[in-house]
Design a protein around this ligand. Structure first.
Ligand code: FEO
Ligand code: CA
Ligand code: CA
Ligand code: CA
Length: 653
């Protein structure tokens, strides 16, 4: 009794033109509203954002953070349980990745006095990071959604929130520090970029550029073993390194935790290991506001862009894909030991411990002939042990904590900055954006990363062999980013004015697509096209792996690509305001409400002048049609935008 194949879908909106307007532009027949922006209070008792940076640091425990990024909507039943079918009420989890230049959350921007950051600014920045959980509900008679201010589910998780460690590295000596002498707890999460979600109803939020917050003192190498120095170097933290945020320069013992120097007799008495406490996937249960988040170490430690699950199937492992977003880093896959039992829905972080703390981590190898394999990263196998020439691994905790080194040792493929991924619910094929890579050279070209400098990026996809947990796959390139006026040898996918883009970053398979036929959203981050257009989001209906053929790039590198897109199958859906990134997208199960995030509008700090309220963007205050508390204000702010159709119909298709 096979269910009949769903009707093929088609895109049913007119493409939005490229634009440098300081506005969100959506197709005719669509409208936008602002759900929340930096500094909005989520409970009662705090004043609204005043547009002058006067809010206290302490109040950010109850305000929306900065740098909106990855996001997920969890439908919620009337009795407060995860209900994936609910479109009218739910919990929206949003990452607050970083404090955005020109630092509009401070009165006159971010300051440093005699090389030191003022403690009150650092305290505010610590609390503006992390994630938010807010209840959202539909306005009566409308598909528009608003935040339920004061809801008991509304919550901030910040760079100061206590968390537990789970998985192989929990309690490992390399996590011992003064705040957690037994290495079982973490304090805060940092630079949470993209995200994931679990079938049991928890949010996964991923620490990416955590090098922003950690410094290391001059002369520290002399205090370290050769093994430690190899690990610190591979993860980008040499001695005598100032962190970009300089949190460790503020006056007070509590700020010392942002510097990874050896300063006491034992690791349990200083912060030499603090660097190892970041770079993980964090699990948050949005339905239990008092629950403690858990860093799930089995999924590895690196510049975690996100953690994208394959659709769960009863009796099969949970499979999660991740990208390490740095130039020439890897794609990873985690396969749980435990098999999915649908009774675990609503199981919270206890279910997380069952599925995410024990399993196998792999790194991807993309071969030039279109085949690929998953290389297992397990202590004691394939030379991943104390005898390894690159790095002597002590145990599985060491392997997950330093999985970049394990992947180096196994010969995984160095990629063009893996960003977001997604699994097509129609056929379980996996997509991942390779945003760009200025360091891709002629000497390091391969079929999966076939362009020197890769200015415009590409989207790679693969089909697993032997089920989702299999260790072999077939891949091709779904789309090559390019400007439509580029030569054909750069515009390999034949993009036109209605669908050309550069630097793909966000990517999301619409979750209604199991019924609606594989609708893919693609978002862009800066790149080389901002002279012509602000960043954007496109809608796409992709084919499948193997539907194209071979092609040779202008560099002479042969590669494998999917069938060329047409204006019917890839189309620009929206363009964002000036100087922003478009990121974070999720759609209600009925397809009638879409959320996306505008990150860092007007981020050019050099051009900002707080005395005269002069910025390169005035968004969202200048967005026509908004009726909320955001209207008319000057400071540019990251925000979550709600998109609906004026006629109440489904979005995009
Ligand atoms: Fe935070 Fe890789 O983007
Ligand atoms: Ca990103
Ligand atoms: Ca990016
Ligand atoms: Ca970003």
């Amino acid at each position: 009794d096979e269910t009949p194949a769903p009707e093929p879908i088609r895109l049913n909106f007119n493409a939005v033109a490229k634009s440098n307007a300081d506005l969100v532009t959506v197709p005719e027949g669509y409208q936008v509203s602002i759900l929340h922006a930096l500094g909005d209070p989520i409970h009662y008792g705090d004043e609204s954002w005043k547009d002058d940076g006067s809010e206290t640091a302490e109040s950010y425990d109850r305000r929306i953070g900065d740098g909106h990024d990855g996001m997920y909507y969890f439908g919620m039943s009337d009795d407060g349980k995860f209900d994936p079918s609910r479109s009218d009420r739910g919990l929206l989890c949003v990452n607050h990745e970083y404090v955005v230049a020109p630092y509009g959350l401070h009165p006159t921007g971010r300051i440093t006095v005699d090389g030191k950051r003022p403690a009150e600014q650092v305290d505010k920045e610590i609390r503006a990071h992390g994630a938010s959980v807010v209840e959202v509900k539909r306005k009566s008679g409308s598909n528009e959604m608003e935040m339920v201010r004061g809801s008991k589910y509304n919550r901030r998780i910040t760079s100061a929130t206590p968390m537990d460690f789970g998985g192989p590295a929990a309690g490992n000596a390399k996590l011992f520090n003064k705040l957690s002498p037994d290495g079982k707890q973490a304090f805060g999460m940092n630079n949470n970029c993209a995200n994931g979600y679990t079938p049991w109803g928890t949010y996964l939020t991923c620490e990416e550029n955590f090098l922003n917050v950690i410094g290391r003192a001059a002369g520290d190498d002399a205090q370290r073993s050769a093994t430690e120095i190899v690990a610190l170097k591979r993860y980008g933290l040499p001695e005598n390194r100032k962190s970009p945020y300089l949190w460790d320069t503020a006056e007070g013992e509590q700020y010392q935790r942002w510097n990874s120097k050896v300063s006491a007799a034992s690791a349990a008495e200083d912060y030499r290991n603090i660097f190892n406490t970041f770079g993980w996937v964090v699990e948050i249960d949005p339905f239990r506001p008092d629950s403690k988040p858990v860093k799930r170490t089995a999924l590895g430690r690196f510049n975690h862009e996100g953690a994208w699950p394959a659709p769960a199937k009863a009796g099969e492992p949970i499979v999660i894909y991740s990208g390490d977003d740095a130039r020439n880093e890897y794609v990873f896959k985690f396969v749980s030991d435990a098999k999915w039992d649908p009774k675990d829905i609503n199981g919270g972080v206890a279910a997380g411990a069952k599925y995410l703390d024990k399993g196998t981590l792999y790194a991807a190898k993309f071969n030039n002939d279109g085949s690929g394999e998953w290389l297992e990263l397990t202590f004691g196998k394939n030379g991943i042990d104390a005898t390894n020439a690159l790095y002597p691994f002590a145990d599985q905790a060491d392997v997950v904590m330093h999985c970049r080194l394990a992947a180096d040792a196994r010969g995984a493929t160095k990629m063009d900055r893996p960003e977001w991924g997604g699994v097509n619910p129609l056929n379980n094929e996996v997509y991942m954006t390779m945003t760009n890579n200025s360091q891709r050279t002629a000497a390091t070209l391969n079929a999966a990363n076939p362009r020197v400098g890769n200015t415009n990026g590409h989207i790679i996809r693969w089909k697993e062999e032997g089920g989702q947990a299999g260790t072999k796959f077939q891949w091709d390139v779904y789309l090559f980013g390019a400007r439509s006026d580029n030569k054909q040898s750069e515009n390999l996918s034949g993009l036109t004015a209605v669908n050309d883009f550069s630097s793909p970053d966000g990517l999301h398979f619409d979750q209604r697509s199991a019924n609606a036929g594989g609708l893919l959203w693609i978002q862009t981050d800066d790149g080389s096209y901002t002279d012509v257009t602000n960043c954007m989001m496109l809608a796409a209906i992709p084919g499948k792996v193997g539907d194209g053929g071979k092609v040779t790039t202008k560099e002479g590198q042969a590669t494998i690509m999917g069938s060329k897109p047409t204006e019917a199958t890839v189309r620009r859906f929206l363009v964002g305001p000036f100087d922003c990134e478009i990121t974070g997208v999720v759609v209600t199960p009925d397809g009638k409400t879409l959320f996306f995030n505008v990150q860092h509008p007007g981020e050019d700090a050099e051009k900002a002048n707080f005395a005269t309220s002069t910025f390169t963007s005035y968004w969202p205050g200048n967005q026509p049609g908004i009726t909320s508390s955001h209207k008319g204000l000057k400071r540019p702010r990251s925000a979550t935008v709600v998109v609906t159709r004026k006629d109440g119909g489904t979005i995009g298709i």
